[in-house]
Design a protein around this ligand. Structure first.
Ligand SMILES: Cc1cc2nc3c(=O)[nH]c(=O)nc-3n(C[C@H](O)[C@H](O)[C@H](O)COP(=O)(O)O)c2cc1C
Length: 225
């Protein structure tokens, strides 16, 4: 296991610049967010239309929200023309989705699913990823993903006025977790098996392969979470 990083600042800091989001503008803020909030895990989201046509798309404005009830969040922005993305249309219609965690070896296929296919095109077929029937929800999960969360819509929050950058924050309650038996040991997920891909700024991606351990400080008998 690599050592804890040195506690000496590795470069000389300068003065702090205060940036006003109004002056930076929507596109500038988007660039600051995607290059500043890093690394972001990538949810490969499966949804389906009410008549059962499967859709796949990656979302990196994605995170864990709570464990009771167990919830995840995904932020789905409007298309540049203001229309809702297919994933959101499907979630609003079916109230269901699957979050597939993205292992690095499917990076190119994941990327293929981000193309703006017309509504109703099956993106499993387009990307070559393999659908597997879910246990609790209609959208299939991705066989190549070692970890998937089957979710029902818990809540959604509209952020913005519908103009460019406006977003729907989707919160999903986890109904089932699907995990490859070789990626979990004694209830703990194995990072090297998940090999999670992350999104960085621009067109850059990260790998999560170097880790170190740092125990939480305890001030008494409390149990840090
Ligand atoms: C790695 C990656 C991460 C992305 N993250 C997001 C995101 O968090 N939110 C979003 O609205 N779009 C995101 N996109 C863009 C969507 O995947 C893209 O708009 C896609 O066409 C949406 O598909 P859909 O219309 O089938 O839902 C991301 C694309 C890539 C490649």
């Amino acid at each position: 296991m690599p050592a804890i990083p040195s506690s000496i600042r590795p470069w000389t800091s300068g003065q702090t610049l205060t940036l006003d989001p109004k002056t930076v503008g929507q596109i500038g803020m988007y660039k600051l967010l995607i290059s500043g909030v890093v690394p972001r895990p990538i949810a490969l989201l499966s949804t389906c239309s009410p008549d059962g046509i499967a859709n796949l798309a990656p979302f990196s404005f994605f995170n864990a929200v709570s464990s009771n009830p167990p919830c995840l969040s995904v932020s789905i922005t409007r298309k540049n023309n203001g229309d809702k993305k297919d994933s959101l249309r499907n979630i609003e219609a079916t109230k269901q989705f699957v979050v597939n965690v993205t292992p690095s070896w499917i990076a190119e296929k994941m990327n293929q699913t981000s193309a703006e296919y017309p509504y109703g095109v099956n993106e499993f077929s387009e990307s070559g990823l393999t659908p597997v029937q879910s246990s609790q929800v209609m959208p299939p999960r991705v066989a190549e993903s070692p970890l998937a969360f089957e979710c029902e819509l818990f809540d959604q929050l509209e952020i913005g006025d519908g103009s460019q950058g406006s977003t729907t924050l989707v919160i999903g309650k986890i109904l089932a977790v699907q995990v490859d038996e070789n990626a979990i040991q004694d209830g703990k997920l194995l990072l090297e098996k998940l090999d999670p891909l992350s999104r960085l700024g621009g067109m850059n991606y990260g790998l999560t392969r170097q880790t170190f351990e740092l125990a939480r400080p305890t001030l008494g008998s409390e149990n840090p979470t």
